[in-house]
Structure formats: structure tokens, C-alpha cells
Design a binder for this molecule. Structure first.
Ligand code: PMV
Length: 312
């Protein structure tokens, strides 16, 4: 059995240079969380088809397509032809507002490594996980993690920056709605790369923000980490609005929460926003600020739910 935790990108991955291997245009940097994880068991079976279950439910062909295609890639990469029974329990409730693909593919890579006795090191595991979902490459490590874009399948993998950082950061996830997104991150990235006139600026911006945030992490400069993360997330979402045709992951409440966070900061409370390919907002807080941020958000918006996660 292999377990992997989900992660939240502070400097986002947004755009694939190579679709087959999920090679990104830029490096990205994330924080692994302590609460949401996936447990996966892989056993080899005497069958010409993989059998996949998620949360005790057998998946049909359509539901398991992405995982079966991934297993084909793994078989090709490591030159074996076994099929698997994959049993996955996801402890990433959709109600927590996090995507489960990062922990899901990292756990699956770990489970296959274990069952097939591939003896992969963490770099190789990160490469294997990336082939399932880009952000999964970072879930191989804890704490602050950087995914190095690389040039090819062998050179694109995550590295740890600080696996057990002694830093006062806590994340508050504000869940607006739990519907699965209409535009997948793959399609959203493709449209942004193809048609946003700002895409080349994004590539330049990320390379300078990665340097700045790594410096801020080393200096435990919380305010800098918050500022850079929020700016990076807003810049990613500007790529969707400037695509042609334009699109957005924001719901009306997303913008309301962004405004509330600015108000909260004006009161001298530490709070910065980051948002992935969906409407939910993750608020970067400190242990001291989180309670007040949570109370303020709940007072202003009665029908959102909030979940707290720490660095894991
Ligand atoms: O790994 P994917 O294909 O689910 O893409 C992740 C995209 C973002 O969550 C928006 C950013 C990131 O770096 O995690």
C-alpha cells in the first residue's frame, strides 16, 4: 500500500510544452498538506484488463479510462505487461476543495513501484507520478517542493526545498461549490498557451517569482511568501481571462472572497489568496490569524464551508 498527500501550488504550473510526457513550460513550487491523502494498493492479476476501484466502488470503462491509459504508459516505461487490480481510497473529500489527482497519481506510482519491486528512488517516482498528472510529481515529497520543468521525460521531476519547514503557515480552504469543473486544467492550459497574448510574460514572471519565493522561504519571510503566492495565482487566472475565447474558473463568490481578504489585510490580519483551476479559494494564514480569518469569512458569506490544513 502506498500513501501520498495532496499539495497546493504557490507558484503554479500552467501550460504543457509536451502533452505526452506532461512537460511544463515553467518550474512550479508547492506546499504539501497534512490532511488530505490517497491510499492505493496495486496487485498483479492474471487478466488482460486492469480492474480499478475507487472508494469501494468498481469503476466502469469510462470512469477508469485515465487510470488505464496511465497504466499503459507505466507498462511501456518499465517494459512489463502485467495487469493490475488497483484499490484506491481517497481521503481528499471533494468538500475540501482540493483536487485529488496530485495525491492520486503519486500514490498509484508508489503502489506500482512497491508491487513490481521496481526499487525506484524518489526522483524516478516523481517522474512516474508526473506521467499521470503534472502536479503529482510534487506530492512525492513533503513541505516545500519545486518541480523542475526539464527538457524531456528524464529531466522533469520535483526536488524538495525543505521537507519539514519550521515556518508558521496554515491553509484555510474556502469551499464555494463542489461541482466538478467545466473546463479541465488540461484544456484550460491548452487554451491559455494557444491564445493568451500574455503567455510569454507568464513564463518570464514565473522564473523570477520562483527565485523570489525560494529566498523568502529561506528567510521565513511570511509576508513575502503570501504576496508572491497571491500575485502568482492572480496572474495565472489572468491567462484564462485573456485567452480567446476567454474563460474563467471564478464564481461570483470567488471574487467576493478575494475582496474580503484585502479587507482582512487592511485590519492588519495575515491572509493571502491562492486559487487553482476551480472556484474555491485557499487562504494562506498564520496560526495566529487563521481563527479570525475563518470567523470573518463565515460572517460575511454564510453558505461556504471552510477546512484547515497544515504543512505535511
Ligand atoms: O496536475 P494538473 O493537471 O491537475 O494541473 C494542476 C494545475 C494547478 O492546480 C492549477 C496548478 C498546480 O501547479 O497545481
Amino acid at each position: 500500500m502506498a500513501r501520498a498527500y495532496t499539495n497546493i501550488a504557490l507558484i503554479k504550473y500552467w501550460g504543457k510544452k509536451n502533452k505526452q510526457y506532461k512537460l511544463p513550460y515553467t518550474n512550479s513550487l508547492s506546499l504539501t498538506l497534512d490532511r488530505f491523502y490517497t491510499d492505493t494498493l496495486a496487485t498483479t492479476i492474471d487478466n488482460d484488463k486492469d480492474i480499478i476501484s475507487l472508494n469501494d466502488k468498481l469503476l466502469n470503462d469510462a470512469e477508469s479510462k485515465r487510470i488505464r491509459s496511465y497504466l499503459d504508459i507505466v507498462r511501456q516505461m518499465y517494459s512489463f505487461d502485467d495487469h493490475f487490480q488497483i484499490t484506491t481510497i481517497n481521503h481528499v473529500p471533494t468538500s475540501a476543495g482540493f483536487a485529488s489527482s496530485a495525491s492520486g497519481f503519486a500514490a498509484l506510482a508508489g503502489a506500482i513501484n512497491e508491487t513490481k519491486k521496481l526499487n525506484l528512488n524518489r526522483k524516478q517516482l516523481s517522474i512516474l507520478a508526473r506521467n499521470g498528472s503534472g502536479s503529482a510529481s510534487r506530492s512525492i515529497y513533503g513541505g516545500f517542493v519545486e518541480w523542475i520543468a526539464g527538457r524531456d521525460n528524464e529531466s522533469s521531476f520535483a526536488v524538495p526545498i525543505d521537507e519539514t519547514p519550521d515556518i508558521d503557515l496554515t491553509l484555510l480552504s474556502v469551499v464555494i461549490n463542489q461541482h466538478s469543473k467545466k473546463i479541465s486544467s488540461t484544456v484550460g492550459m491548452e487554451n491559455s498557451v494557444k491564445s493568451s497574448p500574455f503567455y510569454s510574460n507568464w513564463v518570464t514572471l514565473v522564473s523570477s517569482e520562483i527565485k523570489e519565493i525560494k529566498q523568502a522561504i529561506a528567510q521565513k519571510d511570511l509576508q513575502k511568501i503570501g504576496e508572491i503566492s497571491e500575485h502568482n495565482a492572480m496572474s495565472m487566472h489572468a491567462l484564462t481571462l485573456s485567452a480567446n475565447p476567454s474563460f474563467t474558473y471564478f464564481a461570483p463568490e470567488t471574487i467576493q472572497i478575494i475582496q474580503l481578504i484585502k479587507e482582512i489585510r487592511q485590519k492588519g490580519i495575515f491572509a493571502y489568496a491562492t486559487i487553482d483551476a476551480g472556484p474555491n479559494v485557499k487562504i494562506i494564514c498564520t496560526k495566529e490569524s487563521i481563527q479570525r480569518v475563518q470567523t470573518y469569512i463565515k460572517q460575511q458569506l454564510s453558505n461556504v464551508t471552510t477546512v484547515v490544513a497544515n504543512i505535511g
